[in-house]
Design a protein around this ligand. Structure first.
Ligand code: ZN
Ligand code: ZN
Length: 362
């Protein structure tokens, strides 16, 4: 459970990081949906948060005032005028702000134009990652939700694999996943990926009408949402019988994943963790067929920091939750990906997903 006090502590963290910026803005306007939720607890789909001094002003429209008041204790809920920028101007003037930070990754060009037009006296300071860097390190309450989301995916996949056989379509498998997650009160972190036969060479193949055949690889990538927190899991199965090449590729990916899971430690960069898996795959001759990064952070967003990739310079910290998901994709033939969710602990990776990783013939 996430306690009320957690939100105030998160906002205090943002103030500390803001004070280290140059120039350090007097206040921050938060517009990223996950950031808004992270700092206030408000789950509605519209609104912005003005963090000024020790106060959090949650500016939203008439539809959400009651919900925001209930969900965001400790915040001042402000119902905005028909033109939200008029309200923003009043709040900024009342607080006597000279500079205002905004989230450059979470505004549109049009939003920035209107903001600048409304606040002609104020210097606007673009910021990036001020809230996200707090989100990257999970509290125990957040881990509880992610752990539950991971457990649901393990359970549902366990049920669904019993239905995977020649004759069922990718779309029917995806629907079964969706139905079983929703029946458990969870949401979908993303549309399930079900890619079979030659389509398994598509790392993000959406479920199609293709019917499963004997000898296919079937890659299933799925995630649940629980109290706003995501999970993410991929397994690749073979149908009916397995040939030597399928077995070889599967074991290359499995070995790469094991190597990264065992070697991952706090303070390593995303690039260093990626390299643990990439070296195994490259040594076995499939380096060019591993065309994506090893993993990504997971939390309120299914893709967030830190990134594990050849360009990931951020260092892992205890409390990060990341996926470890190497893959090998051979166009026209098929592909294998094995993805687990882990939390970074002092001594290495603690697995949150428990589904077996061994090659399974369905
Ligand atoms: Zn995934
Ligand atoms: Zn993933």
């Amino acid at each position: 459970m996430i306690l009320k006090e957690a939100f105030a502590a998160r906002r205090a963290g943002v103030h500390e990081r803001m004070a280290r910026l140059d120039p350090a803005p007097d206040a921050l306007l938060v517009t990223g949906p996950e950031n808004r939720r992270y700092l206030t607890g408000f789950t509605g789909s519209a609104g912005m948060v003005l963090l000024v001094g020790g106060d959090a002003l949650l500016v939203t429209d008439g539809r959400y005032v009651e919900q925001a008041t209930e969900e965001a204790p400790g915040c001042r809920v402000v119902r905005h005028a028909p033109e939200p920028f008029d309200t923003l101007r009043e709040l900024v003037q009342a607080a006597g702000l000279r500079t205002l930070g905004f989230e450059k990754e979470h505004v549109t060009f049009a939003f920035h134009e209107k903001l600048a037009a409304a606040l002609t006296e104020v210097m606007l300071v673009p910021t990036a990652g001020v809230v996200e860097s707090g989100r990257a390190v999970k509290e125990e309450g957040e881990l509880e939700h992610i752990r539950h989301a991971a457990r649901l995916v393990d359970e549902v996949l366990g049920e669904v694999v019993r239905m995977v056989r020649p004759g069922i379509s990718e779309r029917d498998i995806a629907l079964e996943i969706e139905f079983r997650l929703k029946r458990r009160g969870a949401g979908l972190a993303f549309e399930p990926i079900v890619a079979s036969g030659p389509r398994s060479a598509l790392p993000h193949g959406r479920a199609s009408d293709r019917v499963i055949e004997t000898g296919d690889f079937v890659t299933i990538d799925m995630g649940a949402l629980w109290h706003g927190y995501a999970s993410d899991l991929t397994r690749t199965f073979v149908i009916g019988r397995v040939d030597a090449r399928q077995e070889e590729v599967y074991h290359v990916v499995l070995e790469a994943q094991s190597r990264a899971m065992e070697g991952l430690r706090p303070a390593m960069t995303g690039r260093e963790v990626d390299a643990l898996a990439r070296e195994v795959i490259t040594a076995r001759g499939y380096g060019d067929e591993f065309g994506h990064g090893l993993g990504h952070g997971v939390g309120l967003a299914v893709h967030e920091g830190p990134r594990l990739s050849p360009t990931g310079e951020a260092r892992l910290e205890e409390g990060n939750v990341v996926t470890v998901e190497p893959g090998v994709y051979v166009p026209g033939w098929g592909g294998v990906r094995i993805e687990d969710l882990v939390v970074v602990r002092a001594h290495g990776a603690e697995r949150l997903s428990g589904f077996p990783r061994e090659l399974t013939v369905l």
